[in-house]
Design a protein around this ligand. Structure first.
Ligand code: NAG
Ligand code: NAG
Length: 449
C-alpha cells in the first residue's frame, strides 16, 4: 500500500485507473471523510466593536461543524503546564465552560482545546517557540504538561487536545530586489539547520510527546490532534508516519503562504491550490498535501485536513506597484490599513473585503476594489485598487470567498482527504452583512464535503 501511494502521482497526471482505485479507498473509509473542523479564536469574544462575536452569534455555525477548536491556550515557561492565555475570560468568566456547554444543544460537535497557534507570546510580544522546544527536550517537562492537560480538559469539559505547536518557522526569503527571484536555491532550504539546529531531536521528542499523550487521552475517550502552523516545516519537525499513527487527525497549515508580515514588499496570492509559475514550489496546498501523502499510505489520507482561511491578506500598493494588479505585485508598502471591524492591519475579514468590493464611490472618497477572479480554479482570487496620482490609497488583497473555499473543499473530496480545517469562524461573515447569509464561507465548504 505504501509503495502504491508513493507511486501515485496525485497531481494533474492522474489516470482513470488510479481514480477508480482511489474511489474504492474512499468508499472503505467513508465514515471518516467530509469533516469540518472549525477554529474558534476566543479573542473574537473580547474584541471591541462590531468584530466581537457573541456566543449567540457563534451558535448557528455549530449546526455545520464536526469539531470546534478553541484557540488558544499556552504553556507556562517555568512549570511547562498548560495555561490559559486569558485567565479572566476562561476562568473568572467561565468562557471555556460556556463553550463546552454548547454540547448540550449540539451533541454532534466535539470540543477541542488548542495549545499554541502563534498566540502564546514572550514578554516582547513575539510567538515564543523556545519554551515549546524546551518542553519537548525533558521527559519531566513533558510529564508535567501531560498531567496539566488532562486536568485542564476534564475540569472544563473538553473532548480532546489540539497541538498547534509553536515550532520555529522557516525564515522569509531575503528580498533581493523585487524580481530577482532565486527559487532554485529553495530546493535545499528545508534540510538546512538554520531554523533549528536540534530539529532532528525535536522531531523525535515531539513524536514521543504525542505517544505519551495519546495513551492517556485514549483511556478517557478523548481526542488528540495536531495543527501545523503555516511555515512550520514538516520536513524538519514531523515524523509523519509516527505522528499520523498517534493522532486522530492533522490539520495542515495550507494558508498564509504569503502575508504582508513576511513579505512586506511583494503582494501575492496567500494560498494557491496549485504551484504557480516562478514561485516557491512549496507554497501551495497541493505540495503540502502531497508531502504528507508521500510519507504514508493512502489509507491515512482521511486523517489529513486542508486548512482554509476565511480572511484576506492585504498590502498597500505604491505608485511603483503598477496598475495591472496582476500578482506578484512589486514595491508594495507593507500591511494595508486595518479593516473597520477587526482593526488588524493587513488582514481583512470576509465581510470587510465584501464591503470594499461593493462600496460605491459616493460612500467614500476612494473607488471600490476591482475583483479579479480565477477561471482556472487553481490559484485563488484577488481584488485591488492601484495607487492614485499622489501614490496613495493603493490596496491589494488576496482572499477566499464562498466560491474559492468550495473549490478547496472539492479538492479535499477528490483526494480522499479527511476534511477541511477552517480558520476561523469569527472572520467569516457571522452576521450575514455581505449577502444576508450567516457564515457563507463555512457553509459553502460544508456543502461540498
Ligand atoms: C512525492 O513523491 C513523488 C514520487 O516519488 C515525487 O515525485 C514528488 O516530488 C513527491 N512530492 C512531495 C511533495 O514530496
Ligand atoms: C497604507 O496606505 C494608507 C492609505 O491608503 C496609509 O494611511 C498607510 O499609512 C499606509 N501604510 C504604510 C505602511 O505605509
Amino acid at each position: 500500500m505504501k509503495d502504491m501511494a508513493m507511486d501515485m502521482d496525485m497531481g494533474m497526471g492522474m489516470g482513470m485507473d488510479m481514480g477508480m482505485e482511489m474511489g474504492m479507498a474512499i468508499l472503505c473509509i467513508s465514515g471518516e471523510v467530509g469533516k469540518l473542523v472549525c477554529f474558534y479564536d476566543a479573542k473574537s469574544f473580547v474584541r471591541e466593536g462590531p468584530a466581537q462575536m457573541s456566543l449567540a452569534e457563534l451558535e448557528p455555525a455549530l449546526t455545520f461543524c464536526n469539531f470546534l477548536v478553541y484557540g488558544y491556550a499556552g504553556i507556562d515557561a517555568e512549570t511547562y503546564k498548560i495555561k490559559s492565555l486569558d485567565p479572566t475570560l476562561t476562568h473568572d468568566r467561565q468562557h471555556y465552560r460556556h463553550i463546552t456547554d454548547l454540547r448540550k444543544k449540539y451533541p454532534h460537535v466535539r470540543f477541542l482545546l488548542s495549545v499554541g497557534g502563534d498566540q502564546d507570546m514572550d514578554s516582547e510580544g513575539v510567538a515564543d517557540s523556545g519554551k515549546y522546544l524546551r518542553l519537548l527536550e525533558q521527559p519531566e517537562h513533558r510529564k508535567s504538561f501531560q498531567a496539566s492537560v488532562l486536568q485542564e480538559l476534564n475540569s472544563n469539559g473538553f473532548d480532546g487536545l489540539d497541538l498547534s505547536w509553536q515550532f520555529p518557522k522557516n525564515k522569509p526569503k531575503v528580498q533581493q530586489g523585487v524580481f530577482k527571484r532565486v527559487w532554485g536555491s529553495f530546493r535545499g532550504f528545508f534540510s538546512s539547520t538554520s531554523v533549528d539546529e536540534k530539529a532532528q531531536e525535536h522531531r523525535e521528542q515531539f513524536a514521543a510527546l504525542l505517544g505519551e499523550l495519546k495513551s492517556d487521552l485514549r483511556r478517557s475517550g478523548q481526542l488528540l490532534t495536531v495543527s501545523m502552523l503555516p511555515h512550520v516545516s514538516a520536513e524538519l519537525f514531523i515524523d509523519v508516519p509516527t505522528v499520523l499513527g498517534h493522532v486522530d487527525f492533522v490539520n495542515l497549515g495550507t494558508y498564509d503562504f504569503q502575508t504582508p508580515e513576511r513579505d512586506p514588499k511583494v503582494a501575492d496570492l496567500p494560498a494557491p491550490l496549485y504551484e504557480m509559475y516562478d514561485r516557491n514550489p512549496n507554497h501551495n496546498v497541493q505540495y503540502q498535501v502531497q508531502y504528507w501523502l508521500n510519507q504514508t499510505s493512502q489509507i491515512s489520507a482521511h486523517k489529513l485536513h486542508v486548512g482554509v482561511a476565511s480572511y484576506g491578506r492585504a498590502w498597500n500598493m505604491t505608485r511603483n506597484s503598477g496598475i495591472t494588479g496582476y500578482p506578484p505585485i512589486p514595491a508594495t508598502n507593507g500591511a494595508a490599513p486595518a479593516g473597520r471591524q477587526t482593526v488588524i492591519p493587513g488582514l481583512l475579514s470576509w465581510p470587510e473585503t465584501c464591503e470594499l468590493l461593493q462600496q460605491q464611490p459616493k460612500d467614500r472618497d476612494v473607488p471600490h476594489l476591482r475583483k479579479v477572479g480565477d477561471p482556472t480554479k487553481r490559484f485563488g482570487i484577488y481584488a485591488y485598487r492601484a495607487a492614485d496620482d499622489k501614490g496613495e490609497n493603493g490596496l491589494w488583497v488576496g482572499y477566499e470567498d464562498p466560491t474559492t473555499a468550495a473549490i478547496k473543499a472539492e479538492f479535499v473530496q477528490s483526494r480522499g482527504l479527511g476534511g477541511v480545517a477552517f480558520h476561523d469562524l469569527s472572520l467569516d461573515d457571522f452576521r450575514g452583512q455581505c449577502a444576508g447569509e450567516k457564515f457563507p464561507i463555512m457553509r459553502s465548504i460544508k456543502f461540498k464535503l
